[in-house]
Design a protein around this ligand. Structure first.
Ligand code: KIV
Length: 303
């Protein structure tokens, strides 16, 4: 697909539907896997049209769209609402919904029920859960319910308070050992891929070699099987200094600000809308209306 064709309708050349099998085959063929977050119809449609493999409706929604300080407050209802919008925008990429904090932490059955809602009510094709060994049983139950699972270990933002902040994980030997145990536990439980977030490059590489499931890195170095970034990070829409691993590919903040300032200036100067940007009466209606107005004016003058 050419870059110039992006955004021009929803009917470009179809690419095959991406599934869990596509993702696993990409690892076997050593083809890099691409994943971006998206949270709404318009942006998910563009991400899909660009040929990205997986779209994650991340709980980063809480911060980048809803303005919360961290990911903890976002609710099931909010995540479902945005997953539905993304579903409507996407044809080929795999759509994965992030299980929000509290949706799977208390009770395994509740975790499965919530995951079923993402698939049944919102059209997700998989869910993501944060955590390693301790999530193995939940992951097995989700697979029993026919729901593919993306794992997520390392810097898991839902554990921000337990971690004492957003800190790179696996920097000492016991941390590395724990991460390796977590990765192996997810692999054995049957995740179709796992996110490695905020871990040293060496650890990302070691886990990637060790596990069968594809690893999708974010701040985990270039040796993972794929990479994921937050849509708003790559487009300068977060109003905060970027993390070390973020690469900015565009400045949507500048683009939007300039457009809004230009609109304001045009309205205030009276140059928007122009005659070309206005609707007009059909010629016959205009002629009849002009005649009525002229008669009215003549009557008024003769009084
Ligand atoms: O919520 C999110 O955006 C994520 C990605 C950063 C992996 O979990």
């Amino acid at each position: 697909m050419s870059i110039t064709s992006l955004g021009e309708g929803h009917t470009g050349p179809a690419r095959p539907k991406v599934t869990t099998l596509t993702i696993q085959e990409k690892k076997q063929r050593h083809e890099p896997i691409t994943c971006l977050t998206a949270y709404d119809y318009a942006t998910s449609r563009l991400v899909d049209q660009a040929g990205i493999d997986m779209i994650l409706v991340g709980d980063s929604l809480a911060q980048v769209v809803l303005g919360y300080e961290n990911t903890l407050p976002v609710s099931m209802e909010e995540m479902l609402h945005h997953t539905r919008a993304v579903r409507r925008g996407v044809k080929s990429a795999m759509v994965i919904a992030d299980m929000p904090f509290g949706a799977y932490h208390d009770d395994l059955k509740e975790g499965v029920r919530n995951a079923l809602r993402f698939v049944k009510d919102a059209g997700a094709e998989a869910v993501k859960v944060e955590g390693g060994q301790k999530r193995a049983e939940l992951i097995r139950r989700l697979l029993d319910a026919e729901i593919p699972v993306m794992g997520h270990i390392g810097l898991t933002p839902q554990s921000v308070h337990k971690m004492g902040g957003f800190k790179v994980q696996g920097k000492d030997l016991s941390g590395v050992e724990q991460l390796m145990k977590d990765a192996v536990a997810l692999d054995r439980a049957g995740v179709f891929c796992m996110v490695l977030e905020g871990v040293p490059r060496e650890v990302g590489a070691m886990i990637t070699r060790e596990v069968a499931a594809p690893t999708i890195g974010i701040g985990a170095g270039p040796d993972c099987d794929g990479q994921v970034l937050v849509f708003h990070d790559i487009l300068n829409l977060t109003f905060a200094p970027p993390a070390k691993f973020v690469r900015r590919y565009g400045d949507a903040a500048a683009l939007i600000s300039n457009a809004v300032l230009q609109f304001k200036a045009d309205v205030e100067a009276g140059s928007y809308p122009s005659d070309e940007e206005s609707y007009h009466l059909p010629r016959e209606t205009k002629a009849s209306l002009d005649a009525i107005l002229a008669r009215k004016q003549m009557k008024a003058v003769s009084r």
